[in-house]
Structure formats: structure tokens, C-alpha cells
Design a protein around this ligand. Structure first.
Ligand code: GMT
Length: 381
């Protein structure tokens, strides 16, 4: 199949899922065309069947806001016609599903039909999409998609509660490509990060308010009082300074390392002992799943789709949002014993294996075929 994938090219959930999916599909012989404003961060190599088309929005003095949807839909029309794309897969509803629908309408005028699958990722529904500024357009474009998927049952439930959805929503969870996960990473430089007798606690996110970074610091404050440890924070975002300030006030700033944005997940997770994800909302928690795949247990909040990924008492623990004392208690329970830590590490990996990409890919392929057939049948009528 020839598949056009639209996504955000940045670090973080939806872009990573879209990119990994595209790469994996290309390995199964499909021709993949990424259409976005920058080469996706996880897309290191372009091959004969992975292409990237840049969406450029020229600056014009009249535009107070640059019309990205317009540029995206125009680019999609060109790419779909030139490469005879069979199916369009948009990740993150805003504005991609809207631009995708416009693309379909423009192509229809020229006698070209291309089906569109929209994958909902979380904040496009729960935070941004539900705002009255966007809601009618998001509702419309979800209903106009030929198929809709959500990354968790929880997100499906939220979508149905927030919007008036007439379309079927299929749950296809996020995944891990275990062919890229080595059993032990040879170049693991743990000694650069902590002393041999220290545990390494980690947090990876875009440091937005929804991630509750202040809770990460408070949990770690309680952990380090009981277990000799370091906290490593990966990612960058609006709450980074606040986190640093809180750490400073608590007198633990020297035990926290901010590493900024990184693409070298394996290099970081190989030396990590515990992952903290105390988010306010989380439709899935891909960062937690990636940690588990590298044998790092997770202490998370029990919000959204997290209970579908992190299994309480098995791959880590789940606590109520904001329950920093309890999260710290559970973290200490895991970290204070070598044997227990080892047990949780193994269990985390075992749960992560349920999300192997090879179980997930056929679900997308089946859906692509289904909507392609629907469009063909519709054209025949
Ligand atoms: O985590 C973020 O805030 C980034 C955001 C995104 O859209 O890239 O992540 C969302 O999609 C990810 C991939 O499906 C999910 O794993 C995250 O849970 C989800 N984030 C939220 O729901 C807050």
C-alpha cells in the first residue's frame, strides 16, 4: 500500500507513534510518505520506501497567524496525486483531520478518492480539542473520517463523552518495536550518572503542567531521604524552571540532573531503576511503556489510559493523582531491595511485551484495507 502519514514531527507521544508505525510499515513493504513541517525526530533515515514531504508556510505580513492547515492540505493534494497514495493516516485530530477532510474534498473535484484514518492521541481530545474554540471543527472532522482509532479505551470513553460522535472508534493501543530493544545495551554509561550504590529515578516528558513535574520533585524528595538516589529529568518545556526552583527550595537541586531533549532513549533507560509519571491526564503514557520495555518499573497516577499500560503491583504501582506520599512509599518499596527491584524490572518487561508492534501493525493494515474497499465500493455505486 502507499500510505501518507501526517503527524507532529516533534519529540513526544503522537509523533513518535506515527513515525515508528511508518518505519515498521515500510519494513513490511508499504510505501510511506510522511507529510509534516519538519523531518520527524525519530525518522533517522529515508529509504526507497520512506519519503518525507515538507509543508512550508510562507510568511506574509497580512497573516497574523500562519495558515498551516491550508499549506498542509495543498501539500497533501499534490503528494496524493503525484504518488498515487492509497490511504491517508492522520495522527492527532487538530488540525490534521480537518486538513485531511479538506484534502479529500479538493481531490474529489478531480475524481480522486482517498480514504482517511484519524488516530486520536489524547490532548487533541481531552485538553485542546474539547475547548469551545476548536470543538465544532474537531467534532466535524472526527465524524467525517472514514475510520477513527484511539490509543486507549479510556480515550475512546472520553471522546464519546466530550463529542457527539457518529463514527465507530476502534481502540488500537500504542506499541513498542522490540526488534530495536536489545536485551542489554553494551554502551551503558551508568557510572557517568550516579555512584554504584545510588538508584537512578527518571522522568521523561514535555514538562507541561499536565505532567505535574512538581509531584515528580516531591516524590523524589521523599525517595532520596530513604534510598540513596539521583533523579534524571529528560525533556524540556514550560515547567522546567519551576521544577528546578522547587528542587532548590527543598535542598535537593544537586541530586537532580536535567538532560534536556534526547532521542537516545536506550542510552538513558539502560541505567534507570524507576520511572515516575504522576500526570494529571494521560491517554496512554507511551513514555511509561518505553521505560517498561527497557525493564524500568513505573510509578504512575491512575488516570486515563495509564491502568491499561502500567499494571498495579506488577510493572510498578498506580496511585491517585497528587498522592505524592503514597507514590514515594511505593517507589521506596521497589527501590530498597535489590531482589524486589529485579523482580519488578522483569515483570515490567513482560507486560510491555503485550504491546509488541507485531501484534498491533496488522490491526492498522486491516483498517487501511477496509476503508480502501469502502471507498472503492462507494465509487462504483
Ligand atoms: O504527552 C504529551 O503531552 C504529548 C502527547 C502527544 O500528543 O504527543 O501525548 C499524547 O499521545 C501519546 C501517544 O499516543 C500518549 O502516550 C500520551 O499519553 C498522550 N498525552 C496525554 O494524554 C497528556
Amino acid at each position: 500500500m502507499k500510505i501518507a502519514i501526517v503527524c507532529y514531527p516533534t519529540f513526544g507521544g503522537s509523533g513518535v507513534v506515527a513515525t515508528e508505525l511508518g518505519i515498521a510499515l515500510s519494513k513490511r513493504g508499504h510505501e510511506i510518505h510522511f507529510v509534516t513541517y519538519k523531518q520527524p525526530v525519530r525518522l533517522e533515515y529515508l529509504t526507497h520506501n520512506i519519503h518525507y514531504h515538507e509543508v512550508i508556510v510562507p510568511e506574509y505580513p497580512l497573516f497574523h497567524y500562519q495558515p498551516y492547515e491550508l499549506a498542509l492540505s495543498s501539500k497533501l493534494v499534490t503528494v496524493i496525486k503525484k504518488h498515487q497514495i492509497d490511504v491517508l493516516h492522520v495522527h492527532y485530530a487538530i488540525p490534521h483531520a480537518y486538513a485531511g477532510y479538506m484534502t479529500q474534498q479538493m481531490l474529489k473535484e478531480e475524481g480522486v478518492s482517498v480514504p482517511m484514518l484519524t488516530t486520536l492521541h489524547g490532548t487533541d481530545i481531552t485538553l485542546v480539542g474539547s475547548h469551545s474554540f476548536y470543538k465544532p471543527a474537531v467534532n466535524f472532522s472526527i465524524n467525517k473520517s472514514n475510520a477513527v482509532t484511539s490509543v486507549s479505551h479510556s480515550l475512546k470513553k472520553d471522546t464519546l463523552a466530550i463529542f457527539s460522535i457518529e463514527n465507530e472508534i476502534e481502540v488500537i493501543p500504542n506499541f513498542i518495536d522490540f526488534s530495536k530493544v536489545k536485551e542489554s545495551f553494551q554502551d551503558c554509561k551508568r557510572y557517568l550518572m550516579a555512584a554504584p550504590d545510588e538508584r537512578i529515578v527518571i522522568h521523561i516528558s514535555n514538562l507541561r503542567p499536565v505532567k505535574r513535574i512538581q509531584d515528580v520533585i516531591q516524590i523524589f524528595y521523599r525517595i532520596q531521604k530513604n534510598v540513596k538516589s539521583k533523579l534524571i529529568i529528560i525533556g524540556d518545556g514550560p515547567d522546567r524552571e519551576m521544577a528546578s526552583k522547587v528542587a532548590h527550595e527543598l535542598g535537593i537541586r544537586d541530586k537532580i540532573i536535567f538532560l534536556g531533549k534526547s532521542n537516545e532513549i536506550e542510552r538513558i533507560l539502560c541505567f534507570s531503576d524507576l520511572f515516575l509519571l504522576p500526570s494529571e491526564k494521560e491517554s496512554f503514557g507511551l513514555a511509561a511503556l518505553e521505560a517498561m520495555a527497557y525493564k524500568v518499573p513505573v510509578i504512575s497516577s491512575d488516570t486515563g489510559g495509564l491502568p491499561e499500560v502500567n499494571k498495579d503491583g506488577v510493572s510498578g504501582f498506580l496511585c491517585e493523582v497528587g498522592a505524592v506520599d503514597e507514590m514515594a512509599e511505593k517507589a521506596i518499596y521497589i527501590l530498597e531491595s535489590d531482589d524486589r527491584l529485579e523482580k519488578f524490572k522483569k515483570q515490567a518487561k513482560k507486560i510491555a511485551l503485550d504491546f509488541d508492534i507485531h501484534q498491533i501493525l496488522p490491526k492498522y493494515e486491516r483498517l487501511y484495507k477496509k476503508i480502501m474497499l469502502q471507498v472503492t465500493q462507494h465509487n462504483r455505486q
